[in-house]
Each structure stands twice: as structure tokens, then as C-alpha cells.
Design a protein around this ligand. Structure first.
Ligand code: IVH
Length: 597
């Protein structure tokens, strides 16, 4: 089960919208919500088997992280054996590793005495300490842990609160400032209380996390992309500082998107020194009227990218000219384009543009992709500028001499890079797919695609409809995938990669005969009698169907229980098939007498 992230809210307004949406979806007028501090540390997942700690991993991309078991074992707050292990079999506990402020100050003092580099904030110190190669060093670092979720339980619970009580019984530390609230008012009050408590705590928190208390309601609410619908991070206001805007650079991304970036006089804000900040896009700069040379307010909240908020103390007579987005790509000189009403401006150079090529190659070699060590952005930049490498496939033709002649590359490093390139030829299909850098296709979607189709050829040949039938793949993404594989240049790169000897292990494609409802989309409305809506959703998904919350002409059927809502009316208006609970039972049991229209 992936390690997810949380949706953020920055205002009471947003919290209220979240709360109302949830009431609406659950068809309730009041719900219990757990309110707890949002720890500013790093997430880990701990696996206990028969009560013994056997594995600890960092979050990584949510599916695959680093194995940090030996280091985690040195943290006193984390039990090596659970207290009441008898009824517990396999258990995965997730929580946050952090360093106390006092521990951080002492550590930095010690590092200063030893002439070592200091950490900028407790979070970086926690992260650096956990990633030490030598567990003996981690053992000397004041790391702590609070658990906040369980993914495989050995015991039935009905609420989040009970889960916490149970974790405590097992010997796992739980944050002492967790409360259960009822109603929006109480929720907002809990936020104010934690904010008031913030400075007196010996650890950094950057907001409050709200979680729907009842687990059956969590199940019913489910997830949107990478975050649960049943939880929300209500962030504390960001910290702000002022500094000077030295200039505005334009960066060209992997897909050619031009992003203006502020170059700032270094300023310490939100726990780190900031020298660059995003300006998002040209519209935003115009709207905020920010110009090079201005004194500006810079904001940084927790883990969010720093941003320039506004210019202050402007003197219109001495001020510079408004900034303009270049009409040509600063990297390759191609014209830029703005499609329809999108705010993004893109370089039209495609792979002719060295910047796009460099970003695509950096992505290709990155850890979650082909994982080729030693090919950092400096090396890639030189290889592209010299014309040695144009496409990912060219990496596999590099020679020892070519590598050795690069700046700061010795004999040995060149050989290491060659070895890493050779090693990357054996890869999984999902990593290869992810590495290709298809727009919108992240690691998770790449995995779904690999499992659904089994081979690269099958994905290349898939129609938009077939792609859309894959869980996680929506119409826009299906379009991007289809377009990618139909572009001759991309076909050539894929063929070249295979020709150079890149091979993936065969994937066991999911047997579609076991998924009779693949390609069908259902919507549930009203109360069911034989099962809850959450159970119905799961049963349908297990058979390959998608279950969504809004009815469209593409919906296969709307399953209507008692007192159905507006979705029923919409289904009738659109002429979508309406199924009863009995129909649903027949559908799920594969009753041959029952046929979907
Ligand atoms: S619950 C399925 N609770 O915030 C929900 N997360 O922005 C999983 N975090 O990666 C997260 N304090 O590392 C949860 N009390 C808390 C938390 C918390 C900090 C972190 C966590 C997660 C990140 C998401």
C-alpha cells in the first residue's frame, strides 16, 4: 500500500469546503474528526512480523523507499519488539521521524566543536541522521518518532482514535496532543489551540492534520490521486521575509515549459536560506507587478517551494521596466508558444532544444527511472553540449574515452559510469516506461500500465480506450500516452533502446478474464441493504470496474439503492442504465442470466 501525501488547506475557508464536501459524500450532518499536530520530519514505514521489527523504509516515491532498518533500530523511541505481540501478526506502522529542537541545538554545538558542517534545521538534521551509512552515527543523534497510521492490522478497530490507543498498548509512541472533535467549529478551535501550543513544543510542527475518525467512513471516502479524501493538512501561515530581487531567470523544463525563477539576495526564511524562488508564470509576475531590482517579500511554508509574494516600498520613478517573458527560448532560440487559454508558455524546439534534452536525460537516469549513478546534471549538460548524446539511447553508445575527456571525470569515474550504464540495461518495464518521460505518467501510473499490458509492444499498440480502462489513467493521460507512442521520433528512441540491449523482465500481466468488469464505470447512489457503499465499491473494483462519483454519458451504470440522490436523476436524463441492488448482486456473482446493456 503506497505511502501517500496529504492535501493542503491554507485557510478556514478551504477547511470548511473540505468538511462540507465530506459531509455531502457521506450523507451526514455531523462527523467526528481527529485533529493532530503535523510533524515537520520525515515519514517512515515500519514492518513488524510476529511482533518483531523486521524492516524500516523511507517514503521514497511512495512505493519504494530506502531500507533504513539498521539505522531505525538505534532509535530508542522505536520498539524492536511490540509489547503485546501475541494477537498481532504482520503489522505496518507509519509515522514521522523527527529531531527535537533541543537535541538539534546540542547536535549542532557538537558538530561545530568537531569542525563539521552544521544542519540548517531539525528536519534536515533528522533526514541526514537517518540516511547515515554508519548506524553508530545515527545512534548518537537525538531522533524521535510518533506513529500516525497502521496499514495492516491484526485487530479490528472502528476508529482512528482506537487505532492510536491500540498502538500505544503495543508500545509505539503517539503524539500526546491528539483530540477528537465534532463539528467544523470544534475543528477550527483545535487548530487555534495547537497553534498556541506551537512555540512551547520541543519539536517543529507546520500545521494540523485532520482525519475522519470512523474507519468505515475513511474507506467510503477513499482517495484522490495520491492523497486520502478523509484527511487534510491545515497548514500554519507561512513565514515571510524581505530581500532584494536580483533578477529573473527563465528555466526550461522537460516538456519545454518556461518557468520564470527569481534570483534573490540570500535570505533565511522558514528554516532555510533561500536564493531562488518560483514566480510560477508570466501572468503572475504581471499581476503582482514584480520587477528586477525590487525589494520583495519571500514566503516559505514547511516543505513548500519558496515563492515571491509581492514587491514592497516601490519607488515608481526610479524603478526598472516591467519584466517580459522572452518570445524565444533562452536555451535554443526556438519560438515559444502559448496554447489556447493555458498559462504555460512552452518552447517549441522539442528535442532540438538542449535544455529539454538535458531535462529529459536527467529524468531518464534518475533514481526512480533507469537509476544510472554518476550521470549528474553537470555531466549530462557537457555530453549534450558536445553533441555526444542527443537521446536516451545515445547513452548506451558512450565510450570510455568520451567520458574520460569530460571535466572532473577521472579514469575510475568514467569506468563507474560505464558500469552503471551497462547495469541499467536490465530494468523493469515500469521503470523503463517511467524513464521515457511521457507527460503526466509518474511512477505509479507506469506501474499500472506495466501490469495491465505486460509488454512495451502492447502499450505502444493500445488504443486510447484501452489505455483509459487502466486504473489511474484518465482521458488526458490516455491521450498523452497514445500521442507519445505515435510520434515517430519516440518510436525511434524506443527501438534504439531495445537495439542497444535494454531489456525488461517479463511482467505477469493481470489476467483480464479474472476481471470481467474491466472497462466499465459505475456510480453508486442511495442506501444499499446487503452491503455498504464502500464494500460495493471494493467488490466492483476487484472485478476491474472503476467507481466514480459523478455520472456522465460514459458511465456504464448507476447503481441506485434506497433514497437515491441527484445522480439518479442525472442518469435518467443522460439515458444511463440504472441498476438495482439485486442487479448489482447478480452482476458481482457473474450470474449468466444478467447482462449489462
Ligand atoms: S497522515 C494517509 N499524520 O505529512 C495519510 N501525516 O504531507 C498519511 N505528516 O508524508 C499521512 N504529521 O510524513 C499524517 N500527524 C500526521 C502527520 C503526517 C506529519 C507528514 C507525513 C506525510 C506528509 C504528507
Amino acid at each position: 500500500i503506497p505511502m501517500l501525501s496529504l492535501s493542503n488547506a491554507f485557510s478556514e475557508e478551504e477547511v470548511s469546503q473540505w468538511y462540507e464536501r465530506i459531509l455531502d459524500r457521506l450523507d451526514e450532518t455531523m462527523i467526528e474528526v481527529v485533529s493532530e499536530p503535523k510533524m515537520d520530519g520525515l515519514a517512515v514505514s515500519l514492518r513488524y512480523e510476529k511482533g518483531q521489527l523486521v524492516l524500516a523504509a523511507t517514503r521514497g516515491d511512495g512505493l519504494e523507499g530506502e531500507d533504513v532498518t539498521s539505522n531505525i533500530r538505534t532509535i530508542q523511541a522505536i520498539p524492536l519488539h511490540l509489547r503485546k505481540h501475541a494477537p498481532v501478526h504482520d503489522l505496518e506502522v507509519r509515522g514521522e521521524i523527527f529531531m527535537t529542537r533541543s537535541g538539534f541545538n546540542e547536535l549542532n554545538k557538537r558538530l561545530a566543536d568537531e569542525g563539521e558542517k552544521l544542519f540548517v534545521n531539525p528536519r534536515n538534521a533528522a533526514s541526514g541522521s537517518l540516511r547515515q551509512l554508519d548506524p553508530a552515527i545515527t545512534a548518537k543523534r537525538p531522533l524521535r518518532f510518533f506513529a500516525y497510521s497502521v496499514v495492516a492490522e491484526g485487530k479490528e478497530h472502528t476508529t482512528q482514535q482506537q487505532t492510536y490507543e491500540w498502538l500505544k498498548v503495543l508500545g509505539l509512541p503517539i503524539n500526546p496532543h491528539i483530540t477528537v472533535t465534532t463539528g467544523l467549529k470544534a475543528l477550527i478551535k483545535s487548530y487555534a489551540q495547537l497553534m498556541a501550543l506551537r512555540d512551547s513544543l520541543d519539536y517543529d510542527i507546520d500545521g494540523v492534520v485532520y482525519k475522519v475518525n470512523r474507519l468505515d467512513q475513511q474507506l467510503e471516502l477513499g482517495f484522490v490521486s495520491r492523497a486520502p479524501r478523509w484527511a487534510l493538512a491545515h497548514k500554519f501561515p507561512a513565514q515571510e521575509e524581505t530581500t532584494k530581487l536580483l533578477g529573473i531567470d527563465v528555466q526550461v523544463g522537460r516538456t519545454g515549459a518556461l518557468t520564470p525563477v527569481a534570483r534573490l539576495k540570500p535570505v533565511f526564511v522558514g528554516g532555510v536560506t533561500v536564493t531562488n524562488a518560483t514566480l510560477h508564470n508570466a501572468d503572475e509576475i504581471r499581476r503582482k507587478d514584480i520587477r528586477p531590482g525590487d525589494e520583495v517579500v519571500v514566503r516559505r511554508a514547511g516543505d513548500v517551494i519558496p515563492e515571491v509574494v509581492r514587491a514592497i516600498n516601490v519607488n515608481e520613478t526610479t524603478r526598472g521596466k516591467p519584466w517580459e517573458m522572452p518570445t524565444h527560448c533562452p536555451e535554443c532560440g526556438s519560438a515559444v508558444e502559448q496554447i489556447d487559454d493555458q498559462t504555460v508558455i512552452r518552447c517549441t524546439g522539442g528535442l532540438v532544444c538542449p535544455a529539454q534534452r538535458k531535462r529529459a536525460l536527467e529524468h531518464f537516469v534518475s533514481r526512480g527511472a533507469m537509476d544510472i549513478e554518476g550521470l549528474g546534471s553537470q555531466v549530462i549538460s557537457q555530453l549534450v553540449d558536445r553533441g555526444d548524446v542527443r537521446t536516451p539511447a545515445d547513452l548506451y553508445t558512450l565510450t570510455h574515452d568520451a567520458l574520460k575527456s569530460l571535466e572532473r571525470m577521472g579514469d575510475k569515474s568514467a569506468q563507474n559510469v560505464l558500469d552503471a550504464i551497462e547495469k541499467s540495461k536490465t530494468v523493469t518495464l515500469e521503470k523503463l516506461l517511467f524513464a521515457l518521460g511521457i507527460r503526466e505518467v509518474g511512477a505509479v501510473t507506469a506501474r499500472s500500465l506495466a501490469q495491465a499490458f505486460g509488454t512495451l509492444q502492447a502499450i505502444q499498440a493500445a488504443s486510447i480506450e484501452e489505455l483509459e480502462a487502466v486504473a489511474d489513467v484518465g482521458p488526458v493521460m490516455a491521450h498523452h500516452i497514445h500521442a507519445f507512442f505515435n510520434e515517430p521520433h519516440n518510436q525511434e528512441v524506443v527501438a534504439d533502446l531495445l537495439h542497444q540491449g535494454v531489456r525488461y523482465a517479463p511482467v505477469e500481466a493481470i489476467d483480464n478474464t479474472e476481471k470481467p468488469l474491466l472497462g466499465n464505470t459505475f456510480v453508486l447512489t442511495g442506501r444499499l441493504n446487503k452491503m455498504s457503499r464502500a464494500e460495493a465499491k471494493m467488490a466492483l473494483e476487484q472485478q476491474g470496474a472503476k467507481v466514480t462519483s459523478s455520472v456522465s454519458a460514459k458511465t456504464t451504470g448507476v447503481i441506485a439503492g434506497d433514497d437515491p440522490g441527484s445522480k439518479y436523476d442525472k442518469a435518467q436524463a443522460l439515458g444511463v442504465t440504472i441498476l438495482s441492488e439485486d442487479d448489482l448482486m447478480k452482476l458481482l456473482s457473474g450470474d449468466p442470466a444478467f447482462r449489462l446493456e
